[in-house]
Design a protein around this ligand. Structure first.
Ligand SMILES: Cc1cc2nc3c(=O)[nH]c(=O)nc-3n(C[C@H](O)[C@H](O)[C@H](O)COP(=O)(O)OP(=O)(O)OC[C@H]3O[C@@H](n4cnc5c(N)ncnc54)[C@H](O)[C@@H]3O)c2cc1C
Length: 275
């Protein structure tokens, strides 16, 4: 009897371990809807999840016949207990409508290993980091800034690296983290933040910068003194913005070595996109 029970137990442990070998069943602890198709969640993976700011996690939902998984940049800092993500709904997409239907208390699958190389360059010796993004592409930069902000407050970071963030969206309600980022920018000398709206005619109350974020790279890199000799350029989010932004940075002398990109999707031929 006892050997049967222990055999059954070990079988159950093996099958459960195999099913969950690569994934955590993470619990959604918070959900905030920021705009009609943009939302943020925080999850508790229930066990250790190691990552470096700028990396992504692979999230998934079990469907009736298959599991859908996609990469998502992590917006939280490794110093936080929970992991945070910023999503955009792709109405006909495979996964985002499923994640969109989840609420606080529900579970989402998360691969146990973080991935990605879109991290802050602290080894080349360059100290000026020009961070450019569209909408949800702000997530890795939020992780950079939250982490450095804590290091700064606790004396581990002296402000030797400077972060310059250009955040693009069609309308101001798509920014997601504007208040938090403006607060850091007011408080610390090592962070500058400019949100810009590309469709101000749809957003009459917006009084900030206007124009597509890639078209402002030249203006702000000059104003901030970030150049091909002292800077590293980062581009994250919309594929067309990344293509244009990279072209602009290359024309002002940035070489491949000092350019990093995180392209969120490959546009299909029929897709007409806006920023
Ligand atoms: C490293 C990395 C990090 C990422 N981080 C984030 C993140 O933080 N937040 C986030 O929301 N997404 C992020 N993405 C995109 C994400 O992985 C999915 O591609 C996206 O959520 C769409 O998934 P889906 O299954 O709903 O759509 P799919 O079924 O994969 O796509 C359907 C169609 O929509 C197109 N498409 C996909 N995404 C978009 C979009 N946003 N706008 C317009 N068309 C699109 C695809 O090219 C495809 O033609 C990231 C992608 C990568 C590679």
């Amino acid at each position: 009897m006892s050997s049967f029970l222990s055999a059954a137990k070990s079988f159950r442990e093996t099958t459960m371990a195999t099913a969950d070998d690569k994934h955590y069943r993470a619990k959604i602890t918070k959900r905030v809807d920021l705009a009609p198709e943009l939302w943020m969640i925080r999850i508790d993976p229930g066990a250790e999840f190691k990552f470096t700011p700028g990396q992504y996690a692979t999230l998934g939902v079990e469907g009736e016949d298959k599991r859908s998984e996609r990469p998502y940049s992590i917006a939280s800092s490794p110093y936080e207990n929970e992991i945070e993500f910023f999503f955009e709904l792709v109405p006909n997409g495979e996964l985002t409508p499923k994640i969109y239907s989840l609420k606080t208390g529900d579970e989402v699958l998360m691969r146990k290993a973080s991935k990605g190389r879109f991290t802050l360059d602290t080894v080349s010796g360059r100290k000026n980091h020009l961070l450019v993004c569209t909408v949800t592409g702000v997530a890795p930069y939020v992780s950079f800034v939250r982490t450095l902000y804590k290091d700064w407050n606790e004396g581990r970071f002296k402000g030797e690296h400077k972060l310059f963030l250009l955040n693009g969206a069609s309308r101001s309600w798509e920014f997601g983290y504007v208040e938090e980022l403006q607060r850091y920018a007011q408080e610390v000398p090592w962070f500058k933040y400019v949100p810009t709206v590309s469709r101000p005619w749809d957003d009459a109350e917006w009084t900030g910068e206007v124009g597509r974020v890639d078209e402002l790279i030249r203006k702000y890199s000059d104003a901030w003194g970030v150049n091909a000799q002292n800077g590293v350029g980062y581009l994250c989010g919309h594929p067309e913005m990344i293509e244009h932004g990279k072209g602009i940075l290359k024309r002002i002398g940035f070489t491949k070595e000092f350019l990093r990109e995180e392209i969120y999707w490959i546009p299909s031929k029929e897709t007409v996109t806006t920023q």
